[in-house]
Design a protein around this ligand. Structure first.
Ligand code: URA
Length: 233
């Protein structure tokens, strides 16, 4: 027997916290009874669990790749009505959730899935999934600053892990660099660049694991091919 919110999270319905919200909102039933309290234990193999009247196991596992435009939030709902990445997935019927986050101002590769286990494997630092960012930064970056980025930078939540930092070009007022990270801390690239004296002007994620946004205009998305999903797993 497992807690209902955990079962929902594992079924890829929502994060644990969001699953709790679904329960409290009266959208979840177990064997025909609406459950509105947290902590109820269920056996998903022998009990019929519905969210909005749909059996939780009925939804096939799907993953989409979005080329996120700047100005959209990496959530599925914003209480203030601002545009979210979910709004862009117009023809997607499944309840998919972003795999990790990109800042509102960051563009590029963002995966969305209803496969909770896959999402966990792709975001937990212990699996060390590579994320590659292109950052346009202020100022002419020095080799020393690039070295510091790659060796690790002290941030308020601790030292960053070693990363790959390569120069694409540098001018007198701006530089373009590529950073490959295996961690996924909040605003990590922006904070790292700021810490070495080069605030980020524009940020794009150009690769997540093996996936790039090649062939996708900003704002468009596609379903992953079975071979791509296999590789991710
Ligand atoms: N690092 C950042 O600073 N922002 C992002 O959106 C992703 C990584």
């Amino acid at each position: 027997m497992e807690r209902l919110q955990k079962v929902l999270a594992h079924a890829g319905i929502a994060s644990r916290r969001k699953a709790e919200e679904l329960i409290l909102a009266g959208r979840v039933s177990v064997d025909g009874q609406i459950v509105t309290t947290l902590g109820v234990r269920v056996d998903p193999r022998h009990q019929r669990i519905l969210v909005d009247g749909i059996p939780i196991e009925a939804e096939r596992k799907v993953t989409y790749l979005l080329n996120k435009p700047p100005g959209t939030l990496s959530t599925v709902h914003d209480p203030h009505g601002r545009p979210t990445v979910r709004d862009l997935l117009r023809d997607v019927p499944e309840r998919v959730y972003p795999v990790g986050r990109l800042d509102a101002d960051t563009s590029g590769v963002l995966l969305l899935t209803n496969d909770g286990e896959l999402s966990y494997r792709l975001t937990h630092p212990r699996f060390g999934v590579e994320k590659v960012y292109r950052a346009l930064v202020q100022g002419r970056i020095t080799d020393g600053a690039l070295r510091r980025l790659s060796e690790g930078v002290p941030l308020e939540d601790g030292m960053t892990a070693p990363a790959k930092a390569t120069l694409v070009w540098r001018g007198d007022r701006r530089s373009l660099l590529e950073l490959t990270l295996t961690e996924g801390r909040n605003r990590q690239v922006r904070r790292m660049c700021e810490a070495v004296g080069h605030p980020v002007l524009e940020l794009t994620r150009i690769r997540f694991a093996t996936l790039t946004a090649e062939g996708l205009r900003q704002g468009s998305y596609r379903r992953l091919r079975p071979s791509e999903e296999r590789k991710l797993r």
